[in-house]
Design a protein around this ligand. Structure first.
Ligand code: SF4
Length: 444
């Protein structure tokens, strides 16, 4: 039996990060049935590869912006007699929809049901839906790092799942649950050692939690001997906690170069509307300076164009980036299916814009201010993004990357901005060329 695991192309093409599900699902498959032959396809690297694939079963993992291309791939494989199983966050949020393009859908985390899917497929008794449980993370295999070629430069390690907060825009809690489940630290160290490259990424939604700084310090201490460097997502609250300084020193010594922070909204007003309680009231600018003072670079991710945002927020974001000397990466707000925000915005969503528009560069819902038309929001988004990525700003940010991370953190800073800048310029031109057709869809 041959299984092909496919991650459809991301909206903006190839990325240096290997899609983690590919090598991880390969490892789960190997654990369940070592006799299965496995092929991996990263659609961003080889968008046409699925057309010539020969296999018995295809597993396609979809996110909302990749759902439509995932469905197209599935339709073409099924026309050739290949069975298709869907999984991933979008399939879990929209299982009935995914089922119309596949033979089976895994809802939620795969570990508890993937062996059964494979067994049922072999027996010819594939079920329509499999519901994964949220197991403790004590028996996760090491992903088959290196199996995916395609010149990806970073691989992902996960150390935990779940989040207790309730940010309305976020899919983490609906998918992974409210309880933070940690992997045994020795398993994380084992996985890091197995990564072939010198740099990696910790893919958790948060590498340090206010209630779990002791665990974070233990993890960093265990990673300290590794020659590899990494970046991770982290929140700002724990940085200012009494033990924050000790934690940050341990993090830097463990190889942490750069932390990506969900800034989420420029104004406190919008943070409150998102119910982002872990961020409200935190002195966020002081936390960013504290991180940099400890030799860790910072990149901020934020959203623009919510129903509470104004055009002033677009401008203020640039001021924040310049004041803090960090790179900032905006997207337009996306009400992902399954989130609280998608239910709150339901009456205002433009229903004729399909999932392929849910990529962070389209205005997907009506705004209460008639001056904030969807097209103006999109245009301001591109202008704001290109300002953030202007060459002088990129170079200025690089000069402000802490020397403790030299040269890796400086290279990373450039790698995370210059290719994006090129892609954004192309996307902006495409947006201008297509705006008539998008306008027509909105007016339906
Ligand atoms: S945005 Fe971060 S803190 Fe908020 S719910 Fe998602 S993972 Fe949790």
């Amino acid at each position: 039996m041959k299984l092909c695991i496919i991650f459809p192309p991301l909206p903006f093409g190839w990325t240096p990060v290997a899609p983690p599900i590919l090598e991880y699902l390969a490892a789960l498959t190997r654990q369940a049935d070592p006799s299965i032959e496995i092929q991996l396809i990263s659609g961003s690297a080889t968008p046409e590869a699925y057309k010539s694939v020969e296999c018995d079963l295809a597993a396609i993992s979809i996110l909302t912006p990749t759902a439509v291309s995932g469905y197209n791939i599935a339709d073409s494989l099924r026309a050739r007699g290949i069975k298709v199983v869907f999984g991933g966050m979008h399939a879990s949020a929209m299982p009935e929809e995914a089922k119309t393009h596949g033979d089976a859908v895994v809802i939620g985390e795969a570990e508890s049901c993937w062996p059964q899917v494979l067994k049922d497929f072999r027996a010819g008794t594939l079920q329509s839906f499999y519901r994964g449980e949220q197991l403790e993370l004590t028996n996760m295999p090491t992903p088959l790092y290196g199996m995916l070629k395609n010149n990806h430069q970073f691989r992902i390690v996960n150390t935990s799942r779940g989040c207790p907060f309730n940010c309305t825009f976020c899919s983490v809690k609906p998918f992974f649950g409210a309880k933070i489940r940690f992997r045994p630290i020795e398993d994380v160290v084992r996985d890091v050692a197995a990564i072939p490259e010198k740099m990696y990424e910790i893919g958790d939604e948060n590498i340090w939690w206010s209630s779990e700084t002791k665990r974070a310090i233990e993890l960093f201490t265990a990673l300290k001997g590794s020659p590899k460097k990494y970046m991770a997502f982290g929140s700002l609250g724990p940085v200012l906690a009494p033990e924050g300084s000790r934690m940050l020193n341990a993090a830097r010594e463990s190889g942490l170069l750069s932390v990506w922070v969900g800034w989420d909204a420029i104004s406190e007003h919008s943070l409150k509307a998102y119910k982002a309680n872990g961020k409200i009231g935190v002195d966020r600018e002081r936390a960013v300076r504290t991180l940099k003072d400890h030799g860790i670079d910072v990149s901020l991710f934020y959203m623009l164009g919510s129903r509470e945002d104004t055009f002033d927020d677009f401008k203020r974001a640039i001021e924040v980036a310049d004041r803090l000397g960090v790179s900032m990466h905006p997207s337009l707000v996306v009400p992902y299916p399954g989130t609280v925000l998608s239910r709150e915005y339901e009456p205002y969503i433009y229903k004729d814009l399909g999932w392929e528009y849910y990529n962070g560069s389209y205005a997907l819902f009506d705004h209460p201010d008639p001056m904030m038309t969807p097209e103006l929001r999109e245009e301001h988004f591109y202008i704001s993004l290109l300002e953030q990525l202007s060459l002088p700003r990129v170079l200025r940010h690089m000069m402000k990357v802490p020397m403790a991370g030299f040269p890796y953190a400086h290279i990373l800073s450039l790698m995370s901005q210059l290719p994006v800048r090129k892609g954004v310029k192309i996307a902006f031109e495409q947006w201008k060329a297509n705006r008539e057709s998008v306008r027509a869809k909105r007016q339906k």
